[in-house]
Design a protein around this ligand. Structure first.
Ligand SMILES: NC(=O)C[C@H](N)C(=O)O
Length: 453
């Protein structure tokens, strides 16, 4: 199996640049645990993939290697280069172009799911803490997850067990008894009602959250998703409208928390202990170490990374801590609670009880993965619009839930649309099983339309 690895995951026989000047010449002395596990399973690592610098971006335009161009061939005459999505854009593009069978990415707030949606491939962000992050360059420790991209959900289902193991070297790795308890709860609350081996869906309850169809969403993204919902109902699924009321606050909370954690994690890149040392300007006072650090950091980090370090440092300062960082943590709790209220499977990691009546509880939630199809590459990668691309992916990240983006057809512009299947913490197997059925349904639709052409 040919596997590509995102360039923020350490490999000892290939450089790991994080697409940053700061690590342009860095090669790790060790393999990340996920890379070692792939080697042990006989995978052939074919290369490293471009990404946004240190994983920060939604369009894969912040990179010393240049932007990643989406390989999807539009059926229309529109050939303006489009973004592959970020930050794991290189991984999604490599899979979509057939350069590898599987690619690893990382997903902090949507970095696997958004590129998967834009490039027409499948991308899994597993439950937080299941896949080891040892040897993955940290961006935001409480959110970062290693993710998997492939063309078929079935291939993710094959690779996921290879990587899904406790790792004592990662302090956030979830111990085996907790994983076992989550599997048991899934069996009791869902697999007792819905047969996981079936290709029909009767017994399965799918929640459709109204908040995931916001005003910003392109209407032509919604059409294939609505068509899919009708098809899933035809297979026996029960579709239940659900409400996740804190969703609209999630994006702001995410960018406060992620930037705050990034400012702390990236403090180690001083150009002395870690990172490229850029010689001081001629007028520098070399007795001041801070001047030497500042010069290396100003030249080693790109603009987006510098912006997040500044914002994150501010959010953690005494003046702003209560208003920004603490508020964001409160929102994070509310987002988690919203999910716990609607899922039939209880959250093994959380103490907040499910308050919904069993009638209204659901096994998975489904929603569009992104508010639009892949944007043109030059559409202002520094504007706030870029952050808005993450609107529908960040809530599952804040709550640490498994989320899978599966191709759901194309929009009016001929570019791919993804649908996300989200489950309770530890329900990755369920999410993958439902994703396989969704992909079979949409693939069947494609083959029907090509035979009638
Ligand atoms: N890393 C990610 O998940 C991408 C997200 N757009 C961010 O910049 O934080």
């Amino acid at each position: 199996m040919k596997v590509a690895i995102k360039d923020n995951i350490c490999t000892k026989d290939m450089p790991t640049t994080c697409s940053s000047e700061m690590l342009r010449d860095f090669t790790s002395p060790f393999d990340a645990t996920v890379v070692s596990l792939l080697h042990q399973a006989g995978a052939h690592i074919v290369g490293k993939t471009n990404c946004d610098e240190f994983g920060m971006g939604s369009l894969n335009t912040h990179s010393i290697h240049g932007p990643v161009i989406n390989p999807w061939k539009s059926l229309s005459s529109d050939i303006t280069p489009r973004s592959a999505g970020g930050s794991s854009g290189g991984s999604a593009a490599a899979v979509a172009a057939g350069l590898c069978d599987v690619a690893l990415g990382t997903d902090t707030g949507g970095s696997v799911r958004l590129p998967a949606s834009y490039c027409g491939v499948v991308g899994l962000k597993p439950s937080y803490g299941l896949l080891s992050r040892w040897g993955v360059v940290s961006y935001s420790d409480s959110l970062d997850c290693v993710g998997i991209l492939t063309r078929n959900t079935k291939d993710i289902a094959d690779v996921f067990p290879v990587l899904n193991d406790y790792d004592a070297k990662d302090p956030t790795s979830i111990p085996l008894p907790v994983r076992a308890k989550a599997s048991k709860l899934l069996s009791v609350h869902t697999f007792s009602r819905w047969n996981r081996d079936a290709s029909y869906l009767s017994g399965l309850r799918i929640g459709i959250p109204q908040e995931y169809f916001p005003a910003e969403i392109q209407s032509s993204v919604v059409s294939p998703i609505r068509a899919l919902f009708t098809e899933l109902r035809g297979l026996g699924a029960t579709l239940v409208p659900v409400s996740l009321p804190s969703t609209s606050y999630a994006l702001s909370a995410y960018y406060v928390i992620a930037s705050a954690e990034a400012s702390s994690n990236l403090a180690r890149f001083t150009g002395i202990e870690y990172g490229t040392h850029v010689g001081p300007p001629p007028e520098a006072d070399l007795t001041k170490a801070s001047r030497v650090y500042a010069h290396s950091r100003s030249n080693g980090f790109g603009r987006e990374v510098q912006k997040r370090i500044l914002l994150g440092t501010y959010a953690l300062s005494a003046d702003a801590f209560d208003n920004y960082f603490l508020q964001a943590q409160r929102v994070r709790k509310l987002v988690k609670r919203d999910f716990d209220h609607v899922f039939a499977v209880p959250n093994v990691l959380s103490s907040s009880p499910s308050e919904a009546s069993s009638q209204s509880k659901v096994d998975v939630i489904m929603h569009p993965s992104a508010i639009r199809t892949a944007p043109p590459i030059d559409s202002g990668s520094e504007s706030l619009d870029t952050y808005v691309q993450d609107t529908l992916t960040v809530p599952a990240s804040l709550a640490g839930l498994p989320a899978l983006s599966v191709p759901a057809g194309t929009a009016d512009d001929g570019w791919p649309v993804g649908v996300s299947v989200v489950g309770q913490w530890g329900c990755d197997e369920l999410v993958l099983r439902v994703g396989e059925i969704v992909q079979a349904v949409t693939a069947g639709r494609d083959s029907q339309s090509s035979s009638s052409d």
